[in-house]
Design a protein around this ligand. Sequence first.
Ligand code: PMV
Length: 325
Amino acid sequence: MPKAKAVAPSNIAIVKYWGKRDDRLNLPATSSISITLSKLKTEVSVSFDEKIQKDEVLVEGRPATENAYKRVVAFLDVIRSKTNLPLFARVESFSNFPVSSGLASSASTFAALTLAATKAACASFTLQELARIARLGSGSAPRSLLGGAVEAVAGVLDDGSDFEVRQILPQERVFFAVVVVVVDAKEKSVSSRDGMNLCKRTSPYYERWLEYNQGLVSTAKSALLNGDMQTVGEIAEASCFAMHACCLSANPPLLYFAEPTVSVIQEVFDMRKEGIQVYVTIDAGPHPVLILPFDFVPKAVERISNLKGVVRVIVERAGEGAKIL
Ligand code: PMV
């Protein structure tokens, strides 16, 4: 019974991925840049088993929801077709953060699943081949294969064969902390995939958003390489708020923020006016993420923790990429 286990970290995008140039291949419309995190992780084990008649998927020890099950099975079909393995699999995933709270787990899950499933199938792929496989599960997953600051290069070819992941900085050279602020909010109601499709179909800003976001990539890379906190922070906010503006301009409007999300944003702006160098970014959910020099962490954490609706504050830093266990 071919079996393997892998672990992958979550990541937070500084330059967001929001929009696909090919739905079927799950190809991003723009490049993106993220920081791989050190603590928030998902462990996935995969065993292909000739004795089972269908795939079995357990998330945190419980059967996966119908949507999650279908997504994992579609991904396993890709692995089966690439490795000529005609067996069903048993997949188990555990995250060390609450997946139901709306914190993104698709990146860590699909990065770990890519490594575990290809290893269990006894197949060996290059890093870029693994990145292209991981992308079929989740667009942000390839970035979790590498540690530190990572770019996912969108590429231009129709078949996606020039999509790549590249490390911009190893984890020890990432010069700022990442603070995940978990707020009191309902689970997100519109998935990233559906949100991106809605924006593409209905937002009057969609094309401009893509052009603007792609334009941020090279400046962000130089700022990361030059240790320029201000530019990294300003770009993270620019990409985040332009993405959310695109969401808000969709029909029906897509609002991912909850009340405490807005309080945290306001507090970040206030702190900056007082000389505390802190910036904020938010994915397709209500939880803000702060980016700031290590020296400012205690002060910023104290201020944010006191806000109404803030449930938990997780102080993070850049970490290593996914690996086989
Ligand atoms: O990987 P997906 O399909 O869940 O999309 C991720 C989208 C954002 O988290 C909002 C941005 C990003 O680049 O991670």
